[in-house]
Design a protein around this ligand. Structure first.
Ligand code: LMR
Length: 402
């Protein structure tokens, strides 16, 4: 049987991780995989998360199964974090969350639910979008299509193009939206654009599936959830996938949740029962450790406040780096305007150079970004910023950095 299998390469992000690890050059700069980094290039476990983990280890007396829906306390706390504790959809009992193995598990489970409820549904993804959206969603058997999202010339959302595409969609089409910190472009909808999109989504009866993997790392924990909260306040049905990887620094623990908002509590209960059955067939029960840490942290006011301050610091570091890299690039590459980087949110920006230039940056200067020129701004630091800007200047000029 297996003789039929072809050898394939990992996706662009995973192969870049491996290539960076294998590069022995001390000057190497990792702007590839989307993990937060501090000024020393490390991806720390936030102190509040470590404290919650210590308490968990001290108090945990069993590792018996929790159940296919995961930790109910985690699901409840995450619903409040995502929607805000007094959100009308929560008060009305119309929202259910199910714990999942990371945001990826949530995306896949959401796709399975859509497929189960409406097998012919088509999911519309932004162009461009995160490379793993395609296998995660199409793996359920759903058909995928694309809508325009990004105007590379302006380094901004192509909102008119997006609206025009949504205007053509049939009722019940599923639109996958990024809540904030769009991956890979870094260009987000403004609050006014979310409002305008809402009236179109309502009028065309589209189903929004909102991916929120970076809450807190764009403009703030509440601001990053603006569109999701607005849609949940105004629409009959919304789905959302949430990840605790980046903002809690829990990457390898695989903690996340899928949220479903339905028209009534009875419909939400039915949807939840289907989700539990689908999850049982996919992974049976989600991993517990990361979610148990998040539950402990969010239900302790002091730890939560400490964590909020840590998320604020991560965000401010990246925002400072954005301003600084624009300044350095303006100095070293005066012929080209990279000012859009400072207008982007979260860890990513689509840098806007060609794949050949990306590869030259990698081969000659040991600067790693994804082939589509997505850069993780958090990988920059005081020690490598100037080297980065010089390397870019050399590649743009067709030469090499000193
Ligand atoms: C990324 O976009 O780099 C991260 O979300 C990591 C991943 O799994 O691709």
């Amino acid at each position: 049987m297996f003789e039929r299998l072809e050898l394939i390469t990992a996706d662009s992000i995973l192969s870049l991780m491996a290539a960076f690890r294998a590069d022995p050059d001390p000057r190497k700069v990792d702007l590839g995989v989307g993990v937060y980094r501090d000024d020393r290039g490390e991806t720390p476990v936030p102190a509040a998360v470590r404290a919650a983990e210590r308490t968990l280890l001290e108090r945990q007396t069993t590792k018996t199964y929790v159940g296919p829906a995961g930790n109910p306390g985690f699901n409840q706390e995450m619903a409040r974090l995502v929607l805000g504790s007094d959100h009308p959809a929560l008060t009305a009992g119309r929202v259910r969350l199910i714990q999942s193995p990371g945001g990826c598990g949530a995306l896949r489970l959401g796709a399975e639910l859509i497929r189960h409820a409406s097998p012919d549904s088509v999911v519309h993804l932004s162009t461009p979008t995160w490379v793993n959206h395609t296998p995660l969603l199409s793996g359920s058997g759903l058909k995928l299509e694309r809508y325009p999202y990004y105007d590379a010339a302006r380094g901004a959302v192509s909102f008119a193009g997006m609206l025009a595409a949504f205007e053509q969609l049939p009722p019940r089409a599923v639109v996958l939206l990024h809540a904030s910190c769009h991956n890979p472009t870094g260009a987000d909808l403004s609050q006014g654009e979310w409002r305008e999109l809402l009236s179109l989504v309502k009028r065309r009866q589209l189903l929004p599936f909102i991916d929120m993997a970076y809450q807190g790392l764009g403009e703030g924990l509440d601001a990053d959830a603006f569109g999701l909260r607005l849609f949940c306040a105004e629409l009959p049905e919304v789905m959302f996938a949430v990840s605790c990887s980046k903002n809690f620094g829990l990457y390898r623990e695989r903690a996340g949740a899928l949220g479903v908002m339905c028209e009534s509590p009875a419909e939400a209960d039915a949807a939840m029962s289907q989700l539990v059955r689908l999850a049982r067939g996919l992974w049976s029960m989600p991993p517990d450790h990361g979610a148990a840490i998040v539950h402990g942290l969010l239900s302790d006011a002091a730890l939560k406040a400490q964590w909020v301050a840590e998320v604020d610091a991560m965000r401010e570091r990246v925002r400072g780096l954005r301003r600084e890299v624009v300044r350095q690039l303006a100095e070293h590459c005066p012929g080209r305007d990279f000012g859009f980087i400072a207008r982007h949110n979260g860890m990513f920006s689509l840098f806007g150079i060609t794949t050949a230039q990306v590869r030259e940056l990698r081969a000659r200067h040991h600067v790693y970004m994804v082939d589509d020129s997505r850069m993780n701004v958090a990988g920059l630091s005081r020690t490598n910023l100037e080297y980065f800007a010089r390397s870019v200047a050399a590649v743009l000029a067709g030469g090499t950095a000193r």
